[in-house]
Design a protein around this ligand. Sequence first.
Ligand SMILES: [Zn+2]
Length: 357
Amino acid sequence: MKAPVAAVAVLAFAWTAVPAAGAEEPEGKGPSFHDVHFHLTNYVQRGITLGEFLETAGNEVGRTAVFGIPLQQKWDYFESGERAPDYYLHSDAALYYYSFVDAIIAEEYQLLPPEDQARFDPMITGFNPTDMYAADHIRRVLEHYPGVFSGIGEFSIHKEFVTSKILGHTASLRNPALDRVFDFAAEVGLAVIFHNDIDVVLPTQAHEPVHLAPVRELFGTHSDVTIIWAHTGLGRFVAPAGNHVELLDALLFDEAFSHVHCDLSWDEVAKYIVRDEAALGAWAALLERHPDRFLFGTDSVAPGDRDKYLKTWRDYEPLRERLSEATLHALTIGNYERIFDEANRKVRAWEARQLIE
Ligand SMILES: [Zn+2]
């Protein structure tokens, strides 16, 4: 069951040193970006293979943090009859945690030749964050598939219409099961991609976003974990408050949160950032003040072709145009390599220790 992890650990760092695979690429032309947020499969566990993804994405993308979706949309015949829903907004039927997703991702990865494996940083997602046993699942996946995973996520606690559709106890930031997940991430050195909307779908304007204080408390408690806050707390139905950039600015300037990063991903979030000159100016200035804290991701889900895959990348172009070269490089390449190289080093070392014990 235990594979020799040392050999894999070396390969995991090979991509940056290896020239782009396409011979027609001009020499020295590296990838445009690493993708910190990519779903290989959708809400009914269907998608594309990693090999198909590499063909689709081409050399535009260097490395990719890849995961499935931890939730399965139930096809409830009594609810939708012959209509088979494949998205959480296409049905009133429940979602449930689908742990097998981690085996799918791991075995996809193991099928790849080493030079292609070096282009992926697979993530564990198939745990129920309300279960005190959730950390046990993560440990079990690492033990079954050593040499594969770099982190956990994207997993969600508060997410608009998703959270309330999940069978069983409602996920929340105050649940001690979540602390156990973060504690285990710290022990292993797993990078964490964490989705938590900053507010409810219909905000109460008089107050600060309702999830901001508990998010800050959670982040503050787990200062030994490298956290990537997906979409800065925004989403399809959660628009930025008027002072969202200021709230992020305060968070990122606070030394208590120096382990917290944000991803700029999802075309549904790009729409807020590129909305007008004022928004673009504010976000560009925010990134310039905190160049080491943002990572680009597509949040693409099992894309059928390159055009679909690159939509989010294209949507963020007006923002990229406003960034200095150094900040742009950090957003698209540098921060990803720093965070995931370190995570891979730590996780491989933890796995090696398990072999000895
Ligand atoms: Zn996502």
